[in-house]
Design a protein around this ligand. Structure first.
Ligand SMILES: [Zn+2]
Length: 482
């Protein structure tokens, strides 16, 4: 068969119908399994009981075995050390240096077929204030089209999307499946993926894949899917300006001796133009198409007060996805209650820079440093410390995996996918891209605008779950036909 013939085979209407039927028929079991996962309060933060994360890893490993896709020995629970941990840690402390348990299951590819890695995470955010939940956070509750509970969407529905798709694939192809499959379900995404890079290095030979499907993102709406094609990077740092050796009475010296706040205000003001767009030379923007969003919609979504105008220029979504932004997120100054008539000798600010996809965090940080040194007024002493950087991410949308994903989403959702950017960062996606530069990464998800991930009353839209499973199953069938 030629490449095109194989392709046609994967979209054969009879096969599509069969796959859809497997998915639909299994939906009650899928929702029951999702509910069982939600009952496990697998909060990965260090102050919470790790036994719950271990129980949830065991449950996910059982689900992986239940797909029929993996040999029993090829489903493992793995813990890796935090990055930068020395190997001669005393034995009694060794456990504290290990990350939360991940589940790794591998089915090797056969007959020259590609390998796909399916990523999700089984840990969850803390539930926060119980009183803000309408129903108990770890008691899965069905209301209308939605299943409520912490992790019901982020990202236990992502886990179940992979499990249910693999079950449907197994129901259709049985042992004839030649596609290589790596299932990787992380246990500490919500706690900074502290052992992620060690895990990638240690397990590299098992993880190698041609296509990576990350099920941990958003959809345009409950009816329209999204492929996330770009993420912004970010850099944060502490900026300190010092002008005096000690504080002085503002009535004695004010007007001649510069307190540190005058240069700080002027320096921070130099970061933006009058229209509020970023004014740092060397920070780039990405040029890509964006869907329309009006100023009024932005005002409603971001809760702008009446009369407050948006900042920046160009299409609203281009500002949020493809242009840099700079935010001052904290300042060390005396509080208003403690303010005395004093010239402040030193002032510090925390600055957060979102970087356009396509620019490296290192280059962006260098540009911001150059700008600050060039614009600091009155000879104030400038110190930049505590830098923390993460690269953005840009998908090559011409790749064959993205084309397969577009087709599979149309067939699974009955609607064309919106190719969307995300203004925030998913640091592990850039880690994956760095470790596997040749893999095509597809960032998909099961959330919709009403999901409220990380917040009280998080929920999963069950229609979205159904459509996400259908489209992932079809995608895997297409990859298997390559
Ligand atoms: Zn997540």
């Amino acid at each position: 068969m030629t490449d095109t013939d194989q392709h046609a085979a994967a979209t054969d209407p009879a096969l599509l119908d069969a796959l859809r039927e497997h998915v639909q028929g299994a939906l009650p079991a899928t929702i029951a399994d999702l509910s069982a996962l939600v009952r496990l309060p697998s909060v990965s933060w260090s102050a919470f009981d790790p036994a719950n994360v271990r129980a949830s890893a065991e449950a996910v490993a059982d689900l992986a075995r239940s797909t029929g896709v993996f040999a029993a020995d090829d489903v493992r629970i793995v813990r890796s050390a935090f990055e930068g941990t020395s190997s001669d840690v005393a034995e009694e402390h060794a456990d504290e240096q290990l990350g939360q348990p991940a589940v790794l299951a591998v089915r090797p590819a056969r007959n020259g077929k590609p390998t796909v890695m399916l990523y999700a995470h089984h840990d969850v955010q803390p539930q926060g204030d119980d009183a803000l939940w309408d129903t108990p956070p770890f008691e899965p509750t069905l209301r209308g089209d939605r299943l409520y509970g912490r992790g019901a969407s982020d990202d236990k529905a992502g886990v179940m999307t992979h499990i249910a798709s693999l079950r449907a694939l197994h129901a259709q192809f049985g042992d004839d499946l030649d596609l290589g499959v790596v299932l990787f379900v992380e246990g500490e995404e919500e706690f900074g993926s502290r052992s992620f890079r060690t895990f990638l290095r240690e397990q590299k030979e098992h993880l190698a894949a041609d296509v990576i499907v990350v099920a941990d993102s958003d959809n345009w709406s409950a009816e329209v899917p999204s492929i996330t094609v770009s993420l912004r990077g970010n850099v944060t740092f502490k900026l300190t300006l010092t002008t005096l050796e000690h504080a002085s009475h503002s009535g004695m010296f004010g007007g001649a001796a510069p307190d540190a706040m005058i240069p700080m205000m002027r320096l921070l003001a130099s970061l933006h133009d009058d229209d509020g767009s970023v004014a740092v030379e060397g920070l780039t923007s990405y040029d890509g198409p964006v869907p329309e969003r009006s100023d009024e919609e932005l005002a409603a979504d971001a809760a702008l007060l009446p009369g407050v105008r948006p900042v920046g220029t160009g299409p609203v979504l281009s500002r949020m996805w493809f242009q840099p932004s700079i935010t001052v997120t904290g300042m060390d100054v005396p509080s208003v209650a403690n303010a005395s008539n004093t010239l402040l000798p030193t002032v510090s600010a925390r600055v957060s820079v979102r970087i356009a996809p396509g620019q490296s965090a290192t280059d962006a940080y260098a540009a911001v440093e150059r700008h600050l040194h060039a614009h600091v007024p009155f000879g104030a002493r400038l110190e930049i410390s505590e830098p923390d950087a993460g690269d953005g991410f840009l998908v090559d949308t011409a790749g064959w995996a993205v084309q397969d994903a577009r087709t599979a989403m149309r067939e699974g959702w009955g609607a064309d996918a919106v190719e969307q950017g995300i203004g925030g960062s998913i640091p592990f996606v850039s880690d994956l891209a760095a470790e596997f530069p040749d893999a095509q990464i597809l960032v998909t998800g099961v959330e919709d605008p009403d999901t409220r991930a990380h917040s009280p009353n998080e929920s999963q839209h069950l229609g979205v779950l159904h459509r996400a499973i259908a489209s992932e199953t079809i995608l895997l069938a297409r990859l298997a036909a390559r």
